[in-house]
Write a protein that binds this ligand. Structure first.
Ligand code: SAM
Length: 568
């Protein structure tokens, strides 16, 4: 399949841009960064608010792992206050012509004097990290869920704080050509996607802008200074997710529901029609829901044992599925009847486990997992490599884009077979194993023991004896190795959303490997960490955004930093 790479060669610097962008930039040396700082101060507000919400979510993800956290729980945090109106907003997103709307006073007050309910006119400049439209009212950032870059909206203020305003669309005065009808029947309620109301070309442009914006704000690098490559998207940006974590609950009218919580609520949205989920997962989830209902399985977090979450993962190339029933006790009413029925009716499910979670945090999994039936792992492939995944193993959610991401990591590492490489934050060792055939030695570091066990097993499965995996914190193990005389040629990191620990960055700055490869799912922390390394004598060779999660506001990047003086 042809790779969807955005047009525009090389750095992407020559890309036509919004009017006024170039005027703001100075051609004088040093002014670019100064402007970035001024811009940061001017609009720091939005960040402060949004960043706070995200910091909470980031902390949650850092604590619970990249995919270990309950998606709905973290999303609720991330969504913050302005989310409350998003449902209404999407409903209101079509232009309306009501006399009452027209009669509403349009505020011309200073930003600090605005009150909830006041109407303001906002030109949307970009998307924010939650996918909301961001514009400015008298230089104060305004977050407008559902609004798209380039749109002019009449918006009702919903929240005023010292740093930012939130508002909901009352009327779209100028509509973006990228606005489309969301494909997913549950888009308005689910909250799993944030950008389905924008066509895919618009999403890709908006994500590039997110990266550009993060580097201007947090690394002080203006557009001309940032070697940003055009984002790599998908040809078919739907049905790519290989895994679902579905909460079990009750339907309002009775009966069992499996789905995601609506943002900010405990109402479950049935995601049977989810447009980004692999169809085999959606179909199996619906069958399991019916079978659990028939087996009389209790749901929720009851002390006597009840089903909390259903986790389904598919190996797309074989269609085999792995099922993990997360429950508040290992045995729960109807469990064995349910397993029996699944074995009979869903032969594509080749592994069924129960995981016990009695906790009240948004963490999906508890500590204990027991195989109930079938194989202990799901075998899947990425490129030429085979992976066996235990129920809790982290594995990238979009296999097609993962191959592109890992190929970029390999390109950045530029290995000749003689190098020693560190894959810090290695998860189940997938990147380390991608690099192992091209390196002398690869060492992976990961805090989760099971992930390291998986990594070691997968190294054996693929016959790579030069890849070793270590349980520990990257910021502790790497400095220890360095003290013992270890000098890696390439350090690669793929940290959680919170970014790299400062002790790790200090070690990199001390050891100064010729190449530092950063794989990141959060442009803000990526840019902050890059600033540290730029100050420590590195230059950015290229930044490559990859769209791992079409229809959402997430964007992943691979970035190559080269030590100044080393061969680029
Ligand atoms: C984004 S995932 C990386 C996954 C892996 N590179 C992949 O592509 O599948 C981040 C990983 O870092 C681990 N982690 C979090 N904090 C860590 C730390 N301080 N040191 C080492 N690993 C850590 C998490 O458990 C998680 O597996």
């Amino acid at each position: 399949m042809r790779e969807h790479r955005r047009n525009g060669a090389g750095s992407g610097n020559g890309r036509p841009d919004a009017p006024g962008r170039k005027d703001k930039r100075s051609t004088e040396p040093g002014k670019g960064a100064a402007h970035a700082v001024a811009k940061r101060e001017r609009s720091g507000a939005d960040r402060a608010g949004a960043t706070k919400v995200h910091d909470d979510a980031d902390r949650a993800e850092a604590k619970w792992g990249h995919d270990g956290a309950n998606r709905a729980g973290v999303k609720r945090m991330r969504a913050g206050a302005d989310r409350a109106g998003s449902k209404r907003v999407r409903a209101a997103a079509a232009p309306r012509a009501s006399g009452r709307e027209d009669a509403v006073r349009i505020a011309d007050a200073a930003a600090d004097e605005l009150r909830p309910g006041d109407r303001i006119v906002v030109t949307i400049k970009r998307i924010g990290i939650n996918g909301e439209g961001v514009g400015y009212y008298k230089r104060k950032a305004v977050f407008v869920p559902g609004a798209l870059p380039g749109e002019v909206v009449k918006a009702a203020v919903t929240g005023v704080d010292p740093n930012r305003l939130t508002a909901r669309i009352a009327e779209i005065e100028k509509r973006s050509p990228h606005r489309v009808r969301p494909a997913c029947p549950v888009y308005d309620r689910c909250g799993g996607c944030q950008l389905q109301h924008m066509d895919y070309a618009g999403q890709l442009t908006a994500k590039e802008e997110l990266v550009r914006e993060a580097f201007a704000r947090y690394a002080g690098l203006e557009e001309a200074e940032l070697p940003l490559r055009p984002i790599i998207g998908m040809d078919e940006p739907w049905r790519y997710r290989n895994k679902a974590q579905l909460q079990a609950g009750h339907k309002p009218g009775g009966g069992l529901a499996l789905g995601l919580y609506e943002p900010g609520s405990r109402r479950l949205v049935d995601i049977a029609g989810c447009a980004v989920q692999h169809p085999a997962v959606s179909a199996a989830a619906e069958r399991i829901r019916r079978l659990a209902e028939r087996a009389g399985v209790p749901v929720g977090a009851g002390p006597d044992g009840a089903l909390r979450t259903v986790v389904l993962r598919v190996a797309p190339e074989s269609g085999e599925l792995q099922l993990t029933l997360v429950a508040s006790a290992e045995q729960f009413p109807g469990r064995d009847r349910l397993v029996e029925a699944i074995r009979r009716e869903l032969p594509q499910i080749t592994s069924i486990s129960v995981n016990v979670n009695r906790g009240s945090s948004p963490l999906v999994f508890g500590e204990r997992t027991r195989l109930l039936w079938g194989r202990p792992d799901l075998e899947t492939r990425l490129g030429d490599l085979r992976f066996k995944l235990s129920p809790r193993a982290f594995f990238q959610l979009n296999p097609e884009q993962t191959v592109k991401l890992y190929d970029l990591a390999r390109e950045a590492a530029a290995l000749t077979g003689r190098e020693t490489v560190v894959d810090a934050y290695c998860g189940t060792g997938t990147i380390a194993l991608w690099l192992a055939p091209h390196a002398r030695e690869v060492r992976g570091i990961e805090t989760i023991r099971e992930a390291v066990d998986d990594a070691e097993r997968n190294a054996r499965l693929n016959g790579w004896t030069n890849a070793r995996f270590y349980v520990g914190r990257a910021e502790e193990l790497l400095p220890r190795w360095v003290k013992q005389g270890f000098r890696p040629d390439v350090i690669l990191v793929d940290p959680p959303r919170t970014g790299c620990d400062s002790a790790l960055l200090r070690t990199v700055a001390d050891v100064k490997p010729a190449r530092f490869v950063y794989v990141s799912c959060n442009p803000s922390t990526l840019a902050k960490d890059c600033r540290v390394l730029l100050d420590a004598g590195y230059r950015i060779e290229w930044v490559q955004p990859v769209d791992m999660f079409p229809q959402t506001s997430h964007v992943e990047c691979v970035i190559l930093l080269v030590r100044k003086g080393a061969d680029g």
